[in-house]
Design a protein around this ligand. Structure first.
Ligand SMILES: *Cc1c(COP(=O)(O)O)cnc(C)c1O
Ligand code: SF4
Length: 353
């Protein structure tokens, strides 16, 4: 780092180590066309979890021609850009903000809610100036107590860059907790080293929410990564996205949620798919998510039952859905935001792969 003009460096050691393994997957001409619009990247480790073409791992990472056919959705349905007071910061709720610190990930998930950002040609390295503007904004808003690092994947930054970001955030007294959202334990578990954990644990209270979607992602390597983070005193949560043809199935979800507790990860959210352009083929009706919650509640440890949430379009926030009190008018759901506003949400009609 030279003076105040340093630029975040992405982990070169990891990308070098895995260089030969990156994109070990072969794409058909059709898939290459999709990848020219929405980049394809699969870490060697994650590619190794593919059992056969079309399985739950394959569907999450391999380009699908249906991504290009989906013209009906929005690139930014959650109005994240409108809610961005300074570049890289999303301020939707009074007491917490999301800070986008990287636009890279070990694997570009085909269902990604930030599909318009991640892996896009331009790198969005978080420059010192951008970080300082975000920190200044947070400093001038004493109601902000919780900062969530997201991206892309924050753990794609090297330890020194992450340390710099965390130190700057910790210099603001009213920032009580810091969270990191990362899929690295799932897609590049070797990135979780004891050096990383030692660094992270100097910033407590620090929480990590990771992102497992299928029991096949629970492996010796991902268990080791989560164990190291947990040993550093970092409480681990998990956010799963409900994905058609991947995990929209009761026994898959039961195995996933109980499996996560077994590796010291507490299920936090199941997300209804956002209305992101290029992801329609993954969307399930809301009734599928409600059926899954019903089949989890009481049947498995309460510790393993997450909240099922919809992130309302227009930046109105997340709403938790309970099977017993969803109001419906035909294919419209009537949902109440955290501010008490009643909002109608159009569900899709039942289809199943
Ligand atoms: C999801 C989200 C949060 C965090 O919400 P929690 O329910 O506290 O986990 C904060 N800000 C934005 C913009 C979000 O999308
Ligand atoms: S790891 Fe997260 S941010 Fe990265 S592509 Fe997957 S879903 Fe998107």
């Amino acid at each position: 780092m030279t003076g105040d003009t340093y630029v975040m460096r992405y982990i070169t050691s990891v990308s070098t180590t895995h260089a030969t393994a990156v994109n070990p997957v072969k794409l058909t001409v059709e898939q290459q066309l999709v990848a020219s619009v929405y980049p394809c990247k699969v870490s060697g480790y994650y590619a190794g979890l593919i059992g056969s073409a079309g399985d739950a791992i394959w569907r999450q990472c391999m380009p699908d021609p249906r991504e290009l056919e989906d013209q009906t959705q929005f690139a930014d349905p959650l109005a994240e850009e409108l809610l961005s007071p300074v570049p890289g910061l999303i301020h939707r709720y009074p007491d917490r903000v999301v800070l986008l610190v990287s636009n890279r990930c070990p694997v570009y998930c085909r269902f990604c809610m930030r599909k318009r950002h991640v892996g896009s040609g331009e790198d969005l390295p978080l420059e010192a100036d951008t970080l300082e503007k975000a920190v200044a904004y947070i400093r001038s808003n004493p109601s902000i107590h919780d900062v969530i690092l997201s991206g892309g994947d924050p753990l794609m930054l090297d330890d020194a860059s992450l340390h710099q970001i965390l130190s700057r955030l910790r210099s603001v007294p009213h920032v009580k907790i810091i969270r990191i959202g990362t899929r690295v334990p799932v897609t590049l578990p070797d990135r979780v080293t004891s050096e990383l954990c030692n660094m992270l644990k100097s910033f407590h209270p620090l929480y990590i929410n990771t992102h497992f979607n299928h029991p096949d992602e629970i492996t010796a390597a991902s268990a080791r990564a989560c164990g190291l983070l947990a040993d550093a005193g970092i409480p681990l949560g998990n956010q799963t996205v409900l994905l058609r043809g991947v995990n929209d199935d009761i026994s898959v979800m039961r195995n996933l949620m109980t499996g996560l507790l077994g590796i010291r990860v507490r299920p936090y959210y199941i997300h209804q798919m956002d209305l992101i352009k290029g992801t329609a083929h993954f969307r399930t009706p809301v009734s599928r998510g409600l059926d899954i919650i019903l089949a989890l509640r009481g049947h498995i440890s309460g510790m393993a039952v997450p909240h099922y949430v919809i992130d309302l379009p227009g930046g109105k926030g997340k709403v938790a859905l309970l099977p017993d009190d969803v109001e419906r008018e035909g294919d419209l759901l009537i949902l109440k935001t955290y501010q008490g506003e009643r909002v109608s949400y159009r569900d899709i009609t039942e289809t199943r792969e």
